[in-house]
Design a binder for this molecule. Structure first.
Ligand SMILES: [Zn+2]
Ligand SMILES: [Zn+2]
Length: 440
């Protein structure tokens, strides 16, 4: 496991949660591509897998059960596959991609390194343990496609390495893993999308991170900032980080009006500024598809429109805020951060006794959570009501960007890369004041 604040002098091993207890998964199959490449440790016994092309593990009576060569094994608590040769993998099926998102799907993943199968809260917990650089080689092309130009793959790898080693969030530490395999942490789909280019991007940046004030940067990133980057303190804790600022995602010399002023924000969101690196002018929508990760949903990332009916929105508010909402009367964009994302969203509604009520939701994440049951792409929105009378029929969100917008804008970085900017230039643009350094 990584230790927060520690700057490693050599490549560390990391642990990734592939199947988490919250997935409620009771079955998983391991396919051994090269059967003699592994030893399998079952509690205290060691097996050879030479005759075993695949094994189905099932949860039964709060333990794991499986068959090998017609022999049944029961009441097992831990299975570990250890490779005994280099460059091999096990395919694990099924694994969730997009765990908490609207586009959630099941995939199978080819995993290098050790694979551990145990139980947690009565469900399967599958952990992959491997050297950090092997993990990073897979992350760059799980997040974006291997068709991306080298400077984008390198920048993505440095950012992923920095975020990982800064190790600030530790969302799954209770499970004994450094990160999960999905967008909640960083997208890791094993060797599925690895190519010569993604390997080279990792090798060429081996051990390189971005640093600020002798610490590795907590290098957050998201799909599209919408044209202006967000700050750390507007999204998360109130401690500003000097390497995440409200900067236009545009070539130097361009300016964007103050988007904390509502009128400016509305104009900005309803326009399509073509100078932005993440705009559909720099990276046209029909070209973008080939550069995105295999599991990304197709969509308009820079500017988009989403509609929601009053019934669906009310149901979502009852679900997410546990409020007694019969119908929504109004949504107000009360206060905005520097990228146009919401700091305060006002909600006026009728409760089930037809009393008029009011509530305020704070910060981008919570606004996205309540505005749509599938987690709205971004909270930089202009909201219009549709329908006559006191109770609107539906709400139309016109929005900018996809994700929190702080740090590297992945589509903007792609735009920079396609326009000829180097890895260093991309990192310096998205993380101002940071230093690019090799630590091992
Ligand atoms: Zn996670
Ligand atoms: Zn951007």
């Amino acid at each position: 496991m990584l230790k927060p604040g520690l700057i490693p002098s050599q490549e560390p091993n990391i642990r990734i949660g592939i199947v988490l207890p919250q997935d409620n998964q009771k079955k998983i199959t391991a396919f051994l591509s090269n059967m003699c490449d592994y030893e399998m440790v079952v509690d205290t016994l060691t097996f050879s897998t030479c005759e075993v092309p695949s094994i189905l593990f099932k949860v039964d009576d709060n333990a794991v059960t499986f068959n090998i060569n017609n022999k049944r094994y029961e009441k097992v608590h831990k299975i570990v596959f250890r490779p005994i040769v280099d460059n091999t993998y096990i395919t694990v099926d099924p694994v969730i991609s997009g765990r908490e998102f609207h586009w959630r799907k099941y995939i199978n993943v080819k995993l290098p390194g050790n694979i551990e199968i145990t139980l947690s809260e009565g469900n399967l917990l599958v952990v992959n343990e491997l050297p950090l650089e092997d993990y990073l080689m897979c992350v760059a092309t799980s997040e974006m496609s291997a068709a991306c130009p080298p400077s984008l793959i390198e920048a993505q790898t440095v950012v992923a390495r920095s975020w990982m080693l800064a190790n600030v969030e530790q969302k799954h530490i209770a499970l004994g893993v450094d990160v999960c395999n999905d967008d909640c942490c960083q997208r890791y789909q094993g060797l599925n999308n690895v190519t010569k280019n993604s390997k080279k991007g990792t090798e060429d940046t081996r051990g390189k991170v971005i640093m600020y004030n002798k610490k590795i940067c907590d290098a957050r990133y998201s799909k599209s900032c919408g044209g202006k980057m967000e700050t750390f303190e507007n999204l998360w804790e109130n401690t500003p980080l000097p390497y995440m600022q409200n900067i236009p995602d545009m070539p130097d010399g361009n300016t964007v009006p103050d988007l904390t002023i509502e009128e400016n924000a509305q104009k900005w969101i309803l326009s399509t500024p073509k100078e932005a690196f993440c705009s559909s002018f720099t990276v046209p929508g029909n070209e973008l598809k080939q550069y995105l990760g295999a599991c990304d949903e197709e969509g308009e990332y820079f500017r988009w429109i989403v509609e929601v009916s009053n019934e669906d929105l009310s149901a979502n508010l009852r679900d997410k805020l546990k409020l007694d909402v019969k119908a929504v009367l109004d949504l107000q964009t009360r206060k905005r951060a520097g990228s146009g994302r919401l700091l305060e969203l006002g909600i006026e509604y009728l409760d089930f006794e037809d009393r008029q009520q009011k509530t305020i939701v704070y910060k981008d994440y919570n606004a996205r959570l309540v505005l749509h049951k599938k987690f709205l792409y971004s909270s930089a929105v202009v909201i219009n009501k549709v329908g006559s009378g006191k109770i609107p029929k539906r709400f139309i969100y016109k929005g900018a960007g996809w994700g929190h917008g702080a740090g590297m804008c992945q589509i903007g970085a792609l735009g920079m890369s396609l326009s000829g900017y180097s890895t260093e230039e991309i990192l310096a643009h998205y993380y101002p004041n940071s230093e690019y350094k090799k630590i091992y």
